[in-house]
Design a protein around this ligand. Structure first.
Ligand code: FES
Length: 280
């Protein structure tokens, strides 16, 4: 977009930005990928965007939090799907975007622009070509005792650890609504971690039976979203705060900062103006 630098300068800037990460990780492949895309602008996208989201039902948040379509690998580990990486021309400059049209036959265009708000647009993981295996990774303080017992920081979330999802309870709200976990996504060696939340629920399985989008974007009752409140960017939680009951949110996703409430069992279209990724 605003990248008017000649190719040489763009190459220097881009490689410089990536070498540090590659050195830390000790992965040579990262540098190779950087050189391949060196002549392209790293800034792009933004503008009016239609995203699928868990519905905002109360509080000052302007809209729902964007979903991350789920995939389960052959060994049972949970992944967030990243859209297809493509090169397009924007204002005469080649830029890379991540976008899948008609995602899994749902008719929905799934784009990385869904996540371009609250500064996330500048996170390393939002670069279309960021090197990630896309697994959902458990953090150091997940906020659920079951998760702290089952996982160490850096572990991948696995289907088997959610097998009691039809009965799970933590004394907040009703039991059996669904079993949650928190984690991060596309954040290997990154300065800024992309926070996510996942729930496995029978409700999602039921919804998937007659809704093409739910069918396309969830697996075995798992639904996931980018866990950044669309109000002022706090990290909300499902059944994480007993005080959520005061605001009728004990069975919902609740943001402690200013009491916004989201319903993870209602997946809706939202329209917003996505921020462009910065050009460096
Ligand atoms: S309600 Fe304000 S940041 Fe979430």
């Amino acid at each position: 977009m605003s990248d008017k630098y000649p190719d040489d300068s763009g190459r220097r800037r881009f490689v410089k930005g990536v070498v540090g990460g590659a050195t830390l990780a000790g992965v040579g492949a990262t540098t190779a990928a950087a050189v391949n895309s060196a002549t392209m602008s790293s800034g792009s996208g933004g503008g009016t965007t239609q995203a699928m989201a868990i519905e905002n039902t109360d509080g000052p948040a302007p809209r729902g939090m964007p979903q991350i379509p789920i995939e389960i690998d052959s060994e049972g580990y949970l992944k967030g799907v990243w859209p297809e990486v493509k090169t397009i021309e924007e204002n005469g400059v080649q830029v890379q975007i991540a976008e899948t049209e008609n995602y899994n036959g749902s008719g929905v265009t799934y784009s990385s622009e869904w996540f371009q708000y609250c500064g996330v647009e500048s996170y390393g993981g939002l670069d279309p070509e960021y090197e990630s295996d896309n697994y959902f990774i458990s953090g150091g303080a997940p906020g659920y005792s079951w998760q702290s017992e089952a996982y160490s920081e850096g572990d991948r979330l696995h289907v088997d650890d959610f097998s009691d999802y039809q009965t799970w309870s933590n004394d907040i709200g009703d039991p059996g609504l669904g079993k949650p976990a928190t984690g991060r996504w596309r954040s290997e060696d990154a300065e800024n971690v992309i926070p996510i939340q996942v729930i496995r629920s029978e409700r999602i399985q039921e919804m998937a039976q007659d809704d093409p989008w739910v069918q396309a974007s969830t697996q075995e009752g798992f639904v996931a979203w980018l866990n950044k409140c669309t109000h002022f960017c706090c990290v909300p939680g499902y059944k994480q705060t007993a005080s959520s009951a005061t605001f009728g949110a004990e069975n919902r996703v609740y943001c402690q900062c200013h009491q916004s409430v989201y319903n993870p069992f209602s997946l809706v279209e939202t329209l917003f103006v996505a921020r462009p990724r910065p050009s460096e």
